[in-house]
Design a protein around this ligand. Structure first.
Ligand code: BGC
Length: 747
């Protein structure tokens, strides 16, 4: 028997393959799974009661079948097992005899993946990091709800979205899929995103649990970190997501943590997720991240994906031999079934329908408008006044035709294909740089109909400078592409774009830089342009959002979810630890034996501990380029009247006023400095609110701070602990601009 990279069985006779391929149309559209009239269909019972009733009726084989995948239907030929699937990346067969549908999974980080190959269309939302930069909990809900609706419409009933790893390593190739460097921000937003997805009766997911903070050698790396630092940083984001978002599933990650693979790590799965956080859902392995049967089962892994190396025949044999108890087996099954009942995928079977692409465009544009961050705006260079500008030079980054997107398993297929390819040749391939057909040039022309708008590709610095010199305003687009499976080689813009931006800005004092990146970048040219916008990976209608911000139809309100350091030398780890060749990646078909062993571990010590992002720069007193929480607006805000009251939560109340001439939305940020005895970094984010205000409008704002966010994780007690003492509460519009300050004594 042959196995491929993800543990899929490859052995099948040529005849069987041919027969299955020819009969594909017969299998392609499954009959709707009619719920069997078992007692578990009584909706007045709880999901737990209903799950137990199903378990009573199940055979051992049916139970084991629920614990693993049947390959990756996207790539695999049709088989009897995967035939009822929607041909996504994963499928678990359900219990057809009892009316329990299969779990039909699709990646959906910023939109539903692989719609092109399935002849469908998905909205691409702005990258998750853009949504994080909106600091908008309602937008996060809308983000998740749109994904949930489009999953169902395409025939799926489970998302594999919900990335919440904090940005410990900004060169991580998946930074765009995550929600920034702070656990309270990331946890709060992903909790709302999960709730949004579940509102569409879709099994939700939270990933990659945990400490999968670099992609280099991700299946081999062994992360070492203290329990306290882990609980107060990366795991806090997951704790908030689990306890406030109530996801159905948590995906354990590829890496090792303190010696054990995440998917067989008792500390992560049982001790923390299931016991401390009381997570009632199921743990699903990342694709090929399962390495054992008994050990993984005992540690708390409930479902192996996408194949069945360890959770099929071996699992059954272990149950029959008594090495895995029936109670342990039933617990895995219970967790899966109760989550399906709770998510509503049994009571509301998936049904294909046509999505509303126009509503999708509008949601994507609005979220992007709220997430774009205005980093610099000298002499009010922005917004542009279309009535006064006679000529605009648009330069660089294929801005005539499109805007870049993030790759890997998050990749959404663009309508019409990759915008930089000739028509008909733009199919999406793994690790292609995919540009969405959302043209900044067209968006700018539409907003400045009286101006002459030129385009220069920005590949030659002299030519770009020449184009800029001739125009009233130069708008230079610059990008950095990133994707799963690799880290960025550096924080610099690739392809000599630093030189292009510097040349354009030197040629025209009214130069605006628009960045399309998923991670912070260094900016050796930062002093030169008049204005800088960070637009991230901007989604299906990114160009309209950028146009609306450039011309002032929308007032920017995004704030950075990640610090932009001055230089890579300032990072906790100036260089990403690369795997030795033997631990780089599995090459060619792997056997269960090879898989069980895993690649040789290589160590990465997170000895900066809890000092992630701004906590590191604060503690180390390193000046940064743009701080966490920073973002400008076309109006101004004033903060006053800070009051703090203690009850079950700590209530932080203040007045926020829009003192400028335009309506806007301000992200008000609340930080706390703990008593010295806590030995924590100088401050931490403990709450925030995004407040819409008309020009000259004032509002009293109250942010309720969960006391856990003021606590430390006490390893001796193995629990959170609020140290008695004096806490300083700081409030303002950026981690480095906190005009309000008071103290409160907590006991
Ligand atoms: C990724 C997951 C993804 C899975 C299925 C893995 O390589 O790490 O995020 O959900 O593949 O595509």
């Amino acid at each position: 028997m042959m196995y491929d990279h993800f543990g899929r069985r490859l052995a099948m006779s040529a005849l069987l393959l041919a027969t299955l391929a020819l009969s594909a149309p017969l299998f392609a559209q499954p009959p709707a799974q009619k719920p069997a009239p078992g007692p578990w269909m009584n909706t007045s019972l709880s999901p737990d009661e209903r799950a137990d009733l199903v378990i009573k009726a199940m055979t051992l084989d049916e139970k084991v079948a629920l614990l693993h995948g049947v390959g990756m239907p996207t790539d695999d030929p049709v088989t009897p097992e995967n035939a009822p699937s929607n041909r996504g990346v994963g499928y678990a067969v359900g219990v057809p005899r009892l009316g329990i549908p299969g779990i039909d999974m699709s990646d959906a980080a910023y939109g539903v993946r692989s719609s092109g190959v399935n002849g469908r269309y998905s909205t691409a939302l702005p990258a998750n990091v853009a949504a994080a930069s909106s600091w908008d909990v309602d937008a996060a809900y809308e983000y998740g709800a749109l994904i949930g609706r489009e999953l169902r419409a395409q025939g799926f009933n489970m998302t594999l979205g919900g990335g919440a790893n904090i940005t410990r390593e900004p060169r991580n190739g998946r930074t765009f899929e995550y929600l920034g460097e702070d656990p309270v921000l990331a946890g709060t937003l992903v909790a709302r995103l999960i709730q949004g997805t579940q509102s569409a009766h879709v099994v939700s997911d939270l990933k990659h649990y945990a400490l999968n903070d670099q992609e280099s050698g991700r299946t081999a790396v062994d992360i070492s970190i203290s329990k306290r630092a882990a609980r107060e940083s990366d795991l806090l984001a997951f704790e908030i997501a689990v306890t406030k978002g109530h996801p159905s599933a948590v995906m354990c990650s590829y890496n090792r943590v303190n010696g054990d693979f995440a998917c067989e790590n008792n500390f992560l799965l049982n001790e923390t997720l299931k016991q401390a956080w009381k997570f009632p859902g199921f743990v699903i392995s990342d694709w090929g991240a399962t390495h054992s049967t008994e050990k993984a089962s005992a540690a708390g892994l409930d479902n192996e994906q996408p194949g069945d190396f360890f959770y099929n025949a071996k699992f059954k044999a272990a149950v029959e031999a008594g090495r895995i108890s029936t109670a342990e087996l039933d617990e895995h099954v219970h967790r899966i079934l109760r989550s399906m009942f709770e998510a509503g995928v049994i009571d509301h079977p998936r049904q294909r329908s046509v999505i509303d692409p126009f509503a999708g465009f509008e949601t994507a544009r609005k979220i992007e408008e709220g997430g774009i961050v205005l980093l610099k705006n000298e002499k009010a260079a922005l917004p542009l006044n279309a009535a006064k500008i006679k000529s605009i030079a648009v330069i660089g980054a294929h801005s005539d035709v499109g805007m870049i997107s993030g790759g890997g398993s998050a990749q959404v297929d663009p309508i019409g294909g990759n915008a930089i390819m000739p028509p008909g040749e733009g199919a999406t391939h793994w690790q292609d740089h995919i540009w969405f057909p959302s043209s900044p040039l067209k968006a700018i022309k539409a907003r400045a109909p009286q101006a002459t708008v030129s385009y220069d590709p920005g590949t030659d610095a002299a030519a770009a400078a020449e184009a800029a010199k001739k125009a009233d305003v130069a708008i230079v687009f610059a990008y950095q592409w990133e994707a799963e499976g690799m880290d960025l080689p550096s924080m610099s813009l690739p392809e000599h774009q630093d030189d292009i931006v510097a040349a354009v800005a030197a040629a025209n004092p009214h130069t605006i830089v628009v960045l399309e990146t998923g991670s912070p970048v260094t900016m050796p040219w930062v002093e030169k342009p008049a204005a800088i916008l960070e637009a991230w990976y901007s989604g299906s209608d990114g160009a309209s959002a950028v146009g609306n911000i450039l011309f002032g139809t929308v007032n920017p309100s995004g704030k950075l979810a990640n610090t932009f350091p001055k230089s890579e030398a300032d990072l906790p780890h100036p260089v990403v630890t690369m795997p030795p060749p033997a631990s780089d990646h599995f090459d060619g078909p792997a056997s269960p034996e090879q898989w069980a062993k895993g690649l040789p571990p290589f160590p990465v010590a997170y000895d900066e501990g809890v000092k992630v992002g701004y906590k590191w720069y604060d503690a180390e007193k390193k000046p940064v380029l743009f701080p966490f929480g920073f973002g400008l607006s076309y109006t101004t805000y004033a903060y006053s009247d800070l009051k703090v009251a203690e009850g079950d939560t700590v209530k932080v109340t203040f007045t926020l006023a829009n003192t400028g001439a335009r309506a806007g939305a301000e992200v008000a940020e609340v930080y706390a400095a703990l008593p010295a005895a806590a030995q924590e970094p100088p401050k931490r984010l403990v709450g925030f609110a995004k407040v819409k205000l008309d020009s000259k409008q004032k509002q009293t704002v109250t942010v309720e701070v969960d006391k856990k966010y003021l606590s430390i994780f006490d390893e001796a007690k193995n629990d959170w602990s609020l140290l008695p003492g004096e806490y300083t509460i700081l409030v303002g519009g950026s981690s480095q601009d906190l005009p309000l300050k008071t103290t409160v004594t907590l006991k």
